[in-house]
Unconditional design. Structure first.
Length: 136
């Protein structure tokens, strides 16, 4: 679904419709069988059925959803290839998380610059009293 550029309203692409069926073993993951359909609901034989695997990765921050497409020709083929697809998705996610950690660790924290004329020792435009604590 993409917004119409002229009106900003979301509009479905009638040439890219799929009927979705969820298959799960209730233990490892879920397979979504995406069957292409026409606007009248009939199967679109001109396009291939898509298989999408879903699993979860337990991280220190909690569960992280993994979604990956499986190159398969049948449900049985998708079931056989689920493990390899999940492993690939886990490795890709780990690499992306490591890259995000490296980027966050390499960011240099730069203190804000002092305004022009500001003298922390108390000169003109600085703190009154020479920047020292005075007791009365």
């Amino acid at each position: 679904m993409t917004p119409d550029i002229r009106t900003g309203e979301p509009k479905m692409d009638s040439t890219s419709l799929y009927r979705e069926e969820v298959i799960t073993d209730r233990r490892v993951g879920t397979l979504r069988v995406m069957t292409p359909v026409k606007t009248d609901g009939s199967v679109d034989l001109g396009r291939s059925v898509l298989y999408v695997g879903e699993a979860q990765l337990l991280t220190q921050a909690g569960l992280l959803p993994l979604v990956f497409e499986i190159d398969a020709t049948s449900l049985a083929d998708a079931i056989d290839k689920f493990g390899a697809g999940a492993t690939t998705a886990i490795e890709r996610t780990r690499r992306e998380l490591e890259e995000l950690r490296r980027e966050a660790a390499s960011q240099i924290v730069v203190p804000p610059t002092l305004p022009p004329g500001f003298d922390p020792k108390g000169g003109p435009g600085g703190l009154p009293g020479g920047g020292k604590i005075h007791l009365r």
